[in-house]
Write a protein that binds this ligand. Structure first.
Ligand code: B1M
Length: 211
């Protein structure tokens, strides 16, 4: 069924958690597809928050409130994306790179990968190249997933790949990168195995990397 998610988006933008959660539940109860709620309601709202921040009509505390509101709505959607499969397709160690605290996209990608049957090691935010190297050395994930939302933190992706090479571990793990400022060209330039523009593509890419 089609539904418009304006009330939901508006509640996210205003950081009105109760209203946003009610709208999310209402959309689920009325049969809306969870992916549509996510894309057209939640992510669309965060894009508007970003635009207003750029225009100087929204500030960091409001952006944070919107982010927390979105995360509560994502938690309501999470069971809808759970895997029907028990055996793991492989392990992905996911983190937002050093000096970057944005974790909504990273968490969404992790949630979708989990839903597709991958096991996730969540390294959190502000993850140093050394921490990525350590997880590869100790836990042997098939893939590391790096997320960056700031153009200033993208070089940490390069540093992580260099650190993996230095530790002799680069050929032991596939590297997937993503985040709003990241591009396929950048992924090629730094020697990553894959770039994914969104959570859905990240799942498709992970399946290709670990067939
Ligand atoms: Co920040 N922020 N922020 N912020 N923030 C942006 C990113 C910005 C674009 C806003 C703007 O100016 N329009 C801008 C960055 C400009 C730039 O460098 N290009 C910005 C800035 C400047 C800042 C601060 C510097 C502001 C300040 O303090 N003056 C500061 C930096 C803090 C830090 O990290 N050190 C800051 C802080 C924050 C908050 C803490 C308030 C909050 C984050 C809360 C949190 O994450 N827990 C926040 C938010 C919410 C945003 C915006 C509004 C929304 C980000 C988001 O969650 N989007 C954002 C504007 C925007 O992006 N429209 C902005 C929704 C999310 C689902 O999308 O994360 O892109 P996204 O993830 C997508 C894809 O990118 C992809 O899949 C996801 C799902 O489809 N993807 C991957 C992501 N990771 C992937 C990994 C993969 C594959 C795909 O493989 C491993």
């Amino acid at each position: 069924m089609t539904m418009d998610f304006n009330a939901l988006s508006e509640a996210i933008i205003k950081g009105n958690m109760d209203a946003a959660m009610q709208e999310t539940q209402k959309a689920l109860d009325s049969g809306s597809i969870p992916q549509a709620i996510l894309d057209q309601g939640l992510i669309a709202a965060m894009d508007i928050v970003g635009q207003r921040f750029s225009q100087g009509t929204m500030f960091v505390p409001q952006m944070l409130r919107s982010a927390k509101t979105m995360q509560s709505c994502v938690a309501l959607l999470k069971p809808q994306f759970q895997a029907g499969t028990i055996s793991s397709k492989g392990t992905v160690a996911m983190g937002t790179v050093k000096a970057d605290l944005h974790d909504i996209g990273k968490n969404l990608v992790g949630m979708m990968l989990e839903g597709a049957g991958f096991s996730i090691i969540d390294l959190g935010v502000d993850v140093s190249p050394e921490a990525f190297v350590q997880v590869v050395s100790e836990k042997s994930p098939q893939i590391i997933g790096m997320s960056a939302l700031l153009s200033t933190t993208m070089p940490s992706m390069t540093a992580t790949i260099q650190a993996l090479i230095k530790a002799g571990l680069r050929d032991k793990v596939k590297v997937m990168i993503g985040g709003a400022p990241v591009t396929a060209r950048f992924a090629d330039d730094i020697g990553a195995d894959r770039y994914a523009p969104d959570a859905g593509s990240a799942v498709a890419a992970a399946k290709e990397l670990v067939p």
